[in-house]
Design a protein around this ligand. Structure first.
Ligand SMILES: C[S@@+](CC[C@H](N)C(=O)[O-])C[C@H]1O[C@@H](n2cnc3c(N)ncnc32)[C@H](O)[C@@H]1O
Length: 278
């Protein structure tokens, strides 16, 4: 069910206590699907952890449209997939036969028993979690994975490097808005520490450039478009916080896109995985 919490720009947002900043409408769900393929291209696959091809239980935390599970099911046709998200914006129950969806606020804990899954995956929850919630969230991911199973987290810090004047104008409002909700995207650098403190072993952590105009490849155009859609969804925020007109914000978001290529803008993605001890 989509929320009826309609904002002035007619996008719909989660009608819950959770601080997640992005909409839950069909436009956003399409964006998430596009974003899945961009990330899969950049990360050269759907996952990094050295999981066994014979595993049978896989969980996606904050599963969005369920597209990661659906794609993974091609690689793990015999596995059962579970997805949990605060939003049930898709017909999640009928996504594919081996998929079970639960609607839940993961800040209140994961609705699964201890030691249930072989592989627990979570991607891009940074805009939904207050910084203070991350250690507990990591503990929850570890709680529900089986001994010997793997937990994997992919995140971005949403701080761009080498950007032009348009983002320079918008960025302070964006940062202030996140801060007001307790969200500090730099917290994602601490994920390896949180999972080690939670008991994971064999922890891998790597930082990767997210090209937004730096690689010169076609895929950058999709990434920049994806980000413009993210910030476009926040247009009412920019208007309210800055006093700029909607037209001015639209213009800045247009300029942001061309400037990404002009200034060779990039960001960072953080990829962490680790194993629960036996
Ligand atoms: C940026 S999307 C990423 C979706 C998916 N992981 C992917 O990579 O395609 C973040 C997702 O987290 C979900 N989310 C945000 N806060 C949440 C919460 N407190 N509990 C459960 N899900 C949440 C949102 O509804 C959204 O589907």
């Amino acid at each position: 069910m989509l929320s009826d919490n309609t904002e002035p720009n007619e996008r719909t947002f989660h009608n819950t206590e959770a601080p997640y900043v992005l909409p839950n409408d069909l436009e956003e769900l399409s964006r998430l699907n596009l974003q899945h393929y961009i990330i899969r291209y950049y990360r050269k696959g759907n996952y990094g952890a050295p999981i066994d091809k014979n595993i049978t239980r896989i969980l996606d935390v904050g599963c969005g449209t369920g597209i990661w599970c659906k794609d993974m099911a091609n690689e793990f046709p015999n596995a059962l997939f579970d997805g949990v998200d605060i939003n049930d914006g898709i017909d999640a129950e009928n996504l594919f036969p081996n998929f079970t969806f639960k609607q839940a606020d993961i800040m209140k804990g994961l609705p699964y028993k201890d030691n249930t899954f072989d592989f627990v995956f979570q991607r891009l929850l940074v805009a939904g979690m207050p910084a203070s919630a991350w250690p507990k969230l990591c503990q929850e991911l570890i709680r529900v994975v089986k001994p010997g199973g793997w937990v994997e987290i992919i995140e971005t810090d949403i701080y761009f490097r080498d950007y032009g004047p348009a983002w320079k104008r918008l960025e302070p409002y964006f940062t202030a808005f996140m801060k007001k909700r307790g969200i500090d995207p730099y917290v994602v650098k601490e994920i390896p520490n949180f999972v080690k403190q939670g008991g994971l072993i064999n922890v891998h952590h790597s930082r990767h450039i997210s090209p937004m105009g730096i690689s010169g490849g076609e895929i950058d155009k999709f990434m920049v478009k994806d980000l413009a859609m993210v910030f476009g969804a926040m247009k009412p925020l920019f208007v309210a916080a800055s006093g700029m007109t909607g037209e001015k914000v639209d213009q800045l978001l247009e300029d942001f896109q061309s400037e990404c290529f002009e200034y060779k803008t990039y960001g960072f993605a953080y990829h962490t995985w680790g194993q629960k001890s036996f």
